[in-house]
Design a binder for this molecule. Structure first.
Ligand SMILES: [Zn+2]
Length: 97
């Protein structure tokens, strides 16, 4: 039996991953604790990746649909359309923050 330093429960050796860096050759945290930790890390990272993906997608969209100053031919119409996009109050450029 071995004590898990995370949950404080005594568990059989089979419940611990191997770790050559420790004295007894076993991880100090039990398998369920390690799994929970890794899941939390994955979820945290996933959130960051999703935010970054959204930012990149928005940048691409802006390149396809550039702000009015890029359109020299019909500046007034382009400007009107640009401001119309924000008429409902939610500025897509503020979503990421
Ligand atoms: Zn544990």
């Amino acid at each position: 039996m071995k004590l898990c330093k995370k949950c404080g429960e005594k568990k059989v050796v089979a419940e611990f991953h191997k770790n050559a860096a420790t004295k007894d050759g076993l991880s100090s945290h039990c398998k369920p604790c390690v799994r929970a930790y890794q899941k939390a890390r994955f979820e945290a990272k996933k959130a960051v990746v999703t935010t970054k993906k959204r930012a990149v997608a928005r940048k691409k969209k802006d390149m396809v649909n550039p702000p009015p100053h890029y359109n020299k031919q019909s500046e007034d119409l382009a400007k009107a359309l640009w401001y119309l996009r924000f008429a409902n109050g939610d500025d897509p450029r503020k979503e990421a923050a």
